[in-house]
Design a protein around this ligand. Structure first.
Ligand SMILES: CC(C)(COP(=O)(O)OP(=O)(O)OC[C@H]1O[C@@H](n2cnc3c(N)ncnc32)[C@H](O)[C@@H]1OP(=O)(O)O)[C@@H](O)C(=O)NCCC(=O)NCCS
Length: 116
């Protein structure tokens, strides 16, 4: 049986990690989840653990933190040539809202449905 994946949150470093045993297999900074809009930064899945749904799980957990914190949405920057990451973010509900001035990054956003 494969080992379970556990989640760790470090408030001081604002880092969300997925662990298998004692090994960090995926991590991201998740910032400002108690303000109007949270941010995901530096998302990374260890190379040998990619294409197993860990990136998606990390993004979904970050979204859940922001939703619980009362955010209206989340944002992130992604390099325009990073097709795997863009596909992951689209799949989890983000969409492109802008391109950086230098044209190297997209700004992507996720909006929670706050209509009641
Ligand atoms: C981008 C990254 C985080 C994806 O993590 P992952 O755990 O492999 O992604 P998942 O297995 O959760 O994949 C979810 C979806 O993302 C897309 N995706 C992920 N890797 C992909 C690839 N190499 N090519 C195309 N689409 C890809 C697919 O749509 C996938 O869904 P599917 O498996 O049903 O086809 C990972 O490749 C990574 O760490 N890359 C280096 C760091 C990086 O670029 N970080 C993003 C910074 S903005």
């Amino acid at each position: 049986m494969s080992k379970p994946i556990t989640t760790r949150w470090n408030q001081r470093s604002q880092q969300l990690r997925l662990m298998i045993g004692r090994t960090t297999v995926a991590k991201a900074k998740v910032e400002d989840t108690n303000g109007p809009g949270g941010w995901i930064r530096n998302l990374n899945v260890a190379e040998s653990y990619r294409r197993r749904g860990l990136g998606r799980r990390l993004v979904e957990e970050a979204l859940q933190m922001a939703r619980t914190g009362g955010c209206e949405g989340m944002g992130l920057f992604v390099a325009v040539d990073n097709a795997p990451a863009i596909a992951l973010y689209r799949q989890t509900g983000f969409f492109i809202i802008a391109t950086s001035d230098c044209r190297k990054y997209y700004v992507m956003a996720y909006r929670f449905n706050t209509a009641s």
